[in-house]
Design a protein around this ligand. Structure first.
Ligand SMILES: NC(=O)c1ccc[n+]([C@@H]2O[C@H](COP(=O)([O-])OP(=O)(O)OC[C@H]3O[C@@H](n4cnc5c(N)ncnc54)[C@H](OP(=O)(O)O)[C@@H]3O)[C@@H](O)[C@H]2O)c1
Length: 265
């Protein structure tokens, strides 16, 4: 399965998830992100959408969500050990997604900040075991700071292969975590690139780059993300936007334009 360069995200799609995932795959997206977190995602609907699609041509990623990220719909028994919670959640993901393995499995977020606690290490160890069993092609972590990624790189038995973070332009587009990830060959996935940065979409110089390339500013942000070394996620619910987003493969920003967007705050 080739590594993804652009991911369709399925958060907040509710009952439209099945049709939107089918639309996204039909439009040309080759990677789908979900989570076993009914509060924000409909993982079973992703599975339904992909039922007839060959898994060899699609990168499928889901997540284990700790108890504090759930509403009353917890996809595991909260009374059992953390190891068993991860295993139950993963088994349930496989059933939802109608598959025997996923391409990437993420810890949705650590239990503690700014460092990692014994809970985080227990959960990471359970995720490592899933990786070693061959049922997840890659493992990683989301919503992390640079200290946490560094600790995992330093001490984990199996190092993270993916980091997925919200990317704010006014924090250098998560520069420290991105750079650390790059140095260690970790795939950096950036989410909420549009919703977290509305002023970038209105920035005069971004508008002028968009004009030069005959696209809209969201595409400039996604193309910038790719050229800056990220794998962007898009959360659009609109077929036209999906098609526009995929046009980023046909445009190219200059090194100066990348530098300019990277320094907007
Ligand atoms: N790990 C985590 O904790 C976490 C948290 C949040 C999100 N995520 C992942 O990241 C994915 C994306 O997040 P997001 O929804 O915040 O991303 P986003 O792509 O930054 O935001 C999507 C919003 O931007 C709008 N939009 C306008 N023009 C667009 C265009 N050309 N292309 C795309 N969107 C356009 C969309 O409206 P239209 O629908 O009208 O296009 C939608 O309201 C989620 O679905 C989820 O998979 C992960």
């Amino acid at each position: 399965m080739p590594l993804p360069s652009f991911i369709y995200g399925t958060a907040w799609k509710k009952e439209a998830t099945t049709s939107l995932v089918q639309t996204a795959v039909g439009a040309g997206f080759k990677a789908i992100d979900t989570a076993n977190q009914p509060r924000h995602y409909n993982e079973a609907a992703v599975g339904e959408a992909l039922a007839g699609t060959s898994r060899d041509s699609l990168f499928l990623q889901t997540k284990f969500t700790p108890l504090n990220g759930h509403d009353n719909r917890v996809p595991y028994d909260p009374q059992v050990s953390l190891t068993d919670q991860v295993n139950q959640s993963f088994e349930s993901s496989l059933r939802h997604l109608q598959t025997s393995r996923v391409d990437s499995y993420l810890l949705h977020g650590p239990y503690t900040y700014p460092g990692l606690s014994s809970e985080d290490w227990q959960v990471w160890s359970a995720i490592e075991s899933i990786y070693k069993s061959g049922r997840a092609g890659m493992i990683g972590i989301s919503n992390v700071n640079v200290l946490q990624v560094a600790a995992l790189i330093d001490k984990a038995n199996v190092k993270p292969m993916v980091v997925q973070n919200r990317c704010f332009a006014n924090r250098g587009w998560d520069r420290e975590v991105r750079e650390l990830s790059k140095r260690h060959g970790i795939m950096y996935q950036g989410f909420s690139l549009l919703t977290a940065n509305p002023y970038v979409l209105r920035h005069p110089q971004v508008i002028s780059i968009a004009k030069r390339l005959s696209v809209d500013t969201p595409q400039i942000v996604f193309r910038f993300a790719m050229q800056a070394g990220m794998v962007p996620l898009t959360g659009t619910t609109n077929l036209e936007h999906m098609k526009e987003d995929l046009k980023v493969y046909d445009i190219q920003l200059s090194a100066d334009e990348v530098k300019l967007i990277e320094s907007i705050d």
